[in-house]
Design a protein around this ligand. Structure first.
Ligand code: GLV
Ligand code: MG
Length: 337
């Protein structure tokens, strides 16, 4: 049974009222930066103009003895850079709930840059209880520090338990912005046999009907199809957004593009970019193909009120294809703006 989102929202006095409708925003890439690295931080102002979202990463990949420096660096970044000027989202990935850093992360970030922070990404979410915990803390902290709009929450789906609870996580709070697949942690949690961060695996094959060698070459190699599909359904059913996560092999742009595109075609809004070279890939992939946009625009034009049936280039169109076309046309408009 799905509980109404508001059930879990006993607001602290003075906390901003959470909203149900997400603002419509282009978030093709969530670009990760290490805020403890001063050289990277110095360039974030320029970077902000080229990406949809800048995320200051405080969790994995930040060494334990740099956690404090990363948090302070992120706060400095939030104060120094005018992300609103370019409409760039400012996000962070906080440390995991079972780590010794999470409370300081939340307390300091909301106190110092609560009015600038758009989204907090929460790693290793296992069930709705993790979101409730963050939700309650944020409500108290927002009230205390007079934060004017609620900070949204984005869950990383990266444990087997999280995948089992994906629907409950998606509707755990009105703060939910969306969810990302975390293939590295998820592989470890499931006991999968890979050292890769996302993407296919040359030894993972879909066994075809053909026999012998022919069967071996008929390979799909997609380890993530099932989880992405579950995540997209849970997100779409609750009006939030789904994202593919990291692609760790920076030397393989073609494989990164394929992974991003599969996620896009299945309903994801964007992906993480961990390296500047992946930003261009995300921009290319998470925007509809121009030929598809032209055809979709013809469908919308041919059925002005979205009902009925028409033939276009020998293909049947009706109310359902009109809706498909709207998805593509609306996204193309957002990209063009
Ligand atoms: C991301 O955090 C992952 O574990 O893939
Ligand atoms: Mg992870």
């Amino acid at each position: 049974m799905k509980l109404p989102r508001r059930f879990f929202q006993p607001l602290a006095a003075g906390a901003p009222e959470p909203f149900r409708e997400l603002p419509v925003k282009l978030e093709r890439m969530i670009h990760f930066v290490p805020p403890h690295n001063e050289k990277v931080r110095a360039k974030v102002g320029d970077l902000a103009a080229t990406v949809d979202v800048v995320l200051g990463n405080l969790e994995d990949a930040v060494p334990a003895d740099q956690k404090e420096a990363a948090r302070k660096g992120f706060i400095a970044m939030g104060k120094e850079v005018d992300f609103a000027k370019t409409g760039t989202g400012l996000w962070t990935r906080i440390n995991a709930l079972n780590s010794p850093w999470i409370l300081d992360d939340l307390f300091e970030l909301v106190a110092e840059i609560g009015n600038k922070l758009d989204v907090i990404m929460v790693p290793k979410v296992e069930g709705p209880w993790d979101i409730h915990y963050i939700d309650q803390l944020l409500a108290q902290l927002e009230a205390r520090h007079k934060v004017e709009k609620p900070i949204l929450v984005h869950a990383i789906l990266e444990t087997a338990e999280g995948v089992a609870n994906v629907d409950a996580i998606a509707c755990a709070s009105p703060r939910m912005h969306g969810m990302s697949l975390g293939p590295a942690d998820l592989a470890a949690s499931r006991g999968m046999k890979t050292t890769r961060v996302g993407g296919g695996h040359p030894e993972y094959r879909v066994i075809a009907d053909a026999r012998g060698e022919e069967a071996r070459v008929s390979a799909q190699q997609d380890l993530w199809h099932y989880t992405i599909a579950r995540m997209v359904d849970a997100c779409a059913a609750n009006g939030i957004k789904a994202f593919y996560g990291p692609f760790g092999d920076f030397s393989d742009a073609a494989a990164c593009e394929v992974q991003f595109r599969n996620a896009f075609l299945m309903g994801c809004a964007g992906a993480w970019t961990l390296h500047p070279s992946q930003v261009a890939i995300a921009k290319k992939v998470f925007a509809p193909d121009p030929d598809e946009v032209n055809f979709a625009a013809r469908i919308v034009e041919a059925m002005p009120d979205g009902t009925g049936a028409v033939m276009l280039d020998g293909k049947m169109q009706d109310d359902a294809t009109w809706k498909q076309a709207k998805v593509i046309v609306d996204l193309a408009r957002l990209v063009a703006d």
